[in-house]
Design a protein around this ligand. Structure first.
Ligand code: AMP
Ligand code: MG
Length: 497
């Protein structure tokens, strides 16, 4: 007997379109009861956005809900089917092996958002896995999602982390947790691959139509190639944003790329420290497939896998579906370059568009690489250089500074074309070049305190600082500091825990 009961007091505004309309794309499933749910972290701001009463939720009954023990009225838990290319290899059957979609809530802005439990136990897609998650990785996902959101980068977010009161067994026994994830949807490239690889053309069409209605309503009734182009454009924009803040996703498998254009799955992700496009932190990425500088090319590769799933639908619009799809995928480069350049101009303090701007941006980063400069602080202190003080910028160069010194006057003459005040330029630059990001050593320290002593104070402080990444302020200064070289050298991230 499952202990799941229905609660009457918790009002979620559920409207479960995927469950209602997409029969055959999921399996109904239930959470495994957690023996002793206990609150770890609740996202009150997000709860308000979802129209939930933070007061009602931040209770023991709330903990029972977010552990999966109590099913709120209107929730219909399902495990979604998907496949995926993992490190380039196709896995025909992945699916929600440790997650359950409770349903979709229409939020206060009228936006439809998935509410998903992650770590709530086995489902028909679990294969050999236990369906569970440990506190550390779930808090990590919470923190990274919030950091991305406040940086202005589309991302899934966490509503809750609840300890289950039982251990999960990895290399050692770890306290278990369930994370509640909120996403525009969980439709992945891998969701399309699941049905395409089974030659279920009508299913692919249903999924495409559903996804268009939900995420690309402006494309309803248009040829499917427009859908491919729309998805390409949104991913290009997303990855350009990552590249501008030094975000390394770490596991850009096709099952971890959402059609909505949100960032998902904060397993082995980490932020770049000194600029080097070859940077890889993930312990399982032996060949550097998902290295920082490879991310645009990988996104394009993933999008090609997506376009392949739609080939039978393109057939109707054209006699040359492969050519059509190929051209749409090639568009990625333009879309990406344009998005990247627009953002880079703002980072450099430029409003006008001049021919050499992309080169100027790249050469600044080349200078950072030569000087082993911290990526975030180099960009941030460029604003001071715009206001005539290059000293903070120069101070973050640990090695060769000659390239920077050669670059600065060229950038300054380019700035002169702008005909704006230095103070105005610097203020604009600080709005797009963050002062604080979740630095790897700080994330590790916060998670270590939370998991080994149950001390959430460092986690909460870090989270608070990351809610305001663009304002330079004294209280944030210790969070802005780069790691020591030893900390950087040892940084490794681990996936799938
Ligand atoms: P991820 O690495 O989190 O993107 O997950 C890849 C696939 O492995 C997905 O199908 C997950 O549902 C599945 N998975 C990851 N961890 C577990 C687990 N502990 N138990 C069952 N399935 C899992
Ligand atoms: Mg995943």
């Amino acid at each position: 007997m499952n202990k799941i009961i229905e609660s009457n007091s918790m009002q979620f505004n559920f409207d479960n379109s995927y469950q209602r309309e997409m029969d055959g794309f999921y399996v109904p499933s239930q959470a495994e009861p957690a023996p002793a749910p206990r609150w770890i972290k609740f996202n009150r701001a997000l709860a308000e956005e979802l129209g939930l009463s933070a007061e009602e939720m931040d209770t023991q009954e709330g903990a029972e809900i977010f552990a999966g023990n109590i099913l709120p009225p209107g929730a219909v838990p399902i495990a979604q089917a998907y496949a995926g290319h993992q490190f380039g290899n196709f896995a025909p059957q992945l699916g929600d092996g440790r997650a359950l979609l409770l349903g979709e809530v229409i939020d206060r802005m009228g936006m439809r958002r998935d509410i998903q439990l992650k770590g709530s136990g086995r489902t028909p897609f679990s294969r050999s896995g236990d369906g569970k998650a440990a506190i550390g990785p779930m808090l990590r996902e919470y923190l990274m999602g919030e950091a991305m959101y406040h940086l202005g980068i589309p991302s899934t977010r966490a509503l809750a982390v609840v300890a289950t009161g039982e251990f999960v067994y990895r290399e050692s026994a770890l306290p278990g947790a369930v994370l509640t994830r909120v996403a525009a949807s969980h439709i992945r490239i891998g969701t399309f691959e699941y049905f395409a690889s089974r030659n279920a053309v009508e299913s692919v069409r249903r999924l495409a139509d559903y996804t268009i209605r939900r995420h690309y309503p402006e494309l309803i009734g248009k040829p499917y190639i427009e859908f491919v182009r729309g998805v390409v454009a949104r991913q290009a924009e997303l990855v350009a944003r990552w590249m501008c803040v030094g975000f390394i996703h770490g596991v850009m498998n096709t099952d971890n790329m959402l059609l909505s254009g949100e960032t998902i799955d904060y397993g082995p992700c980490a932020f770049l420290e000194h600029y080097d496009p070859a940077t890889v932190f993930s312990s399982i990425d032996h060949r550097g497939r998902y290295a920082f500088g490879n991310q645009p090319a990988i996104a394009q590769w993933n999008l090609a896998r997506f376009a392949e799933t739609l080939l039978p639908l393109l057939d109707e619009d054209s006699e040359r579906p492969v050519q059509l799809a190929t051209d749409a995928i090639k568009l990625f480069s333009d879309r990406y370059e344009n998005a990247w350049l627009a953002m880079m101009r703002r980072k450099l303090g430029l409003e006008l568009a001049e021919a050499g701007d992309a080169k100027l941006a790249q050469e600044f980063m080349d200078a950072m690489q030569a000087g082993q400069a911290d990526f975030i602080l180099a960009w941030r202190y460029l604003a001071d250089a715009a206001e005539s003080d290059p000293a903070p910028l120069r101070s973050v160069f640990r090695g060769n500074i000659a390239k920077l010194d050669e670059w600065l006057p060229r950038w300054q003459s380019r700035l002169a074309l702008e005909k704006r005040t230095a103070a105005g330029i610097a203020a604009d630059m600080r709005r797009v070049n963050p002062y604080v990001i979740p630095r790897n050593h700080l994330v590790e320290q916060a998670l270590e305190a939370a998991t080994s002593n149950g001390d959430l104070a460092p986690f909460n402080r870090l989270l608070e600082i990351l809610r305001d990444p663009y304002t330079g302020r004294e209280e944030a200064s210790m969070y802005a500091e780069p790691a020591s070289p030893e900390q950087t050298a040892n940084h490794r991230t681990f996936c799938g825990t």
